[in-house]
Write a protein that binds this ligand. Sequence first.
Ligand code: NZQ
Ligand code: ZN
Length: 389
Amino acid sequence: MLGDFSFCAPTRLHFGPESLDKLADELKQYGKNVLLIYGGGSVKRTGLYDEIVAILKKAGKNVAEDPGVMPNPTTEKLKEGIGRARTHRTDLLLAVGGGSVVDYAKAVSASVNEKADPWEKFYVGGEEPSGETLPVGVVLTMAGTGSEMNTGSVITNRETQQKIGHVFQNPCMAPRFAILNPKYTMTLSKKQMTAGIFDIFSHIAEQYFSGDDDNTSDYIAEGLFRSLIYSSRTAVTNPEDYEARSNIMWTATWALNSLLMKGKKGDWKVHMLGQAVGAVTNATHGLTLAAVSPAYYRYIEEEALPKLVRFAKNVWDIEGEGKSDREIADAGLAAMEDWMREIGVHVTLTELGATEEQIPAIVRATILFPSGYKDLTEEDAAAILRASL
Ligand code: NZQ
Ligand code: ZN
């Protein structure tokens, strides 16, 4: 483990089929005014909305609502949420939904007592909130982003065609509590379930593909990769398999709660490319990552060779005997692509609605910084995107 680091995980997690029972106890710790934040309606269709409203009423809360948080939440919607949070004199932001709803709640939390424009200050400027923030509680309905236990928040500016994530430095920006009931994820479409699975895979990979030292984080990453791959195969065949869905949900949380970054620099290029694709096409986050990953890892194969060999052997069980390092790495990447085909996320940028003509705009929206095993120029980014069409 190289370098100095701190680890602080202030989110209380309640996991399992009965975990919503813990909401009433959590609510006791906050004031009366709750802003209930949710997405486009799945929570109403599943009945979860009614259950939560009943718990809030029983707890004597004064509830206002902020519905309609869209996938890839926008700066425009954020302004609306800040207004609602202020008008309601909110004590707790309760986010019920997937990563978009949770990310958005964090953005409202940071912005509610802020005079500056939140997009400019947090997302473009990477600064921290100067005012007091609001506590965020989560009832998670989608496994993927890890937003339930981290301080990350990704917002899209449709006007400038940018999608930028900010990881807040203050651990208090992580949700105070998160209720994780794997059964809630069973109403997801196959497309959303598998997009979430690939998002988890990519979070692990982004941290794994950096550094040359012997690091505990890489061994944890390999365990998470293996569990995810195993459970994803079961979940795709039988989406009702609780064991698989529960492992996927728990893996998602641990894949991006900062544990795997300890002692690591990280790579994050697949996310930078994927977010740029998302900014221009509004495609589903996990699928944007899936579209660029095969071409990206092949593009860095030479520079990342030792780690790709380890990835092939320890994650995909590729036998090394009689093979060159390059052959082993190739076999690992082929196994990754076979698995992507098997679970249905082997997609192209074209299938996500991107065109060759949009590549310059996607490159402009890609935030490039030195990281991982190979620094990318704009020409490199364009070449990877073209190979992903
Ligand atoms: O809006 P509703 O009607 O609720 O439908 C949602 C949405 O259409 C639906 N859904 C969620 N739970 C459901 C359900 N449908 C049926 N049953 C359920 N139980 O799924 C759709 C996608 O939801 P969304 O929240 O957008 O998905 P996800 O969790 O993948 O979040 C994506 C956002 O998170 C950001 C992404 O960039 C994207 O904006 N990320 C956040 C990160 C973080 N905070 O650390 C890191 C990630 O890398 C990622 O960038
Ligand atoms: Zn992601």
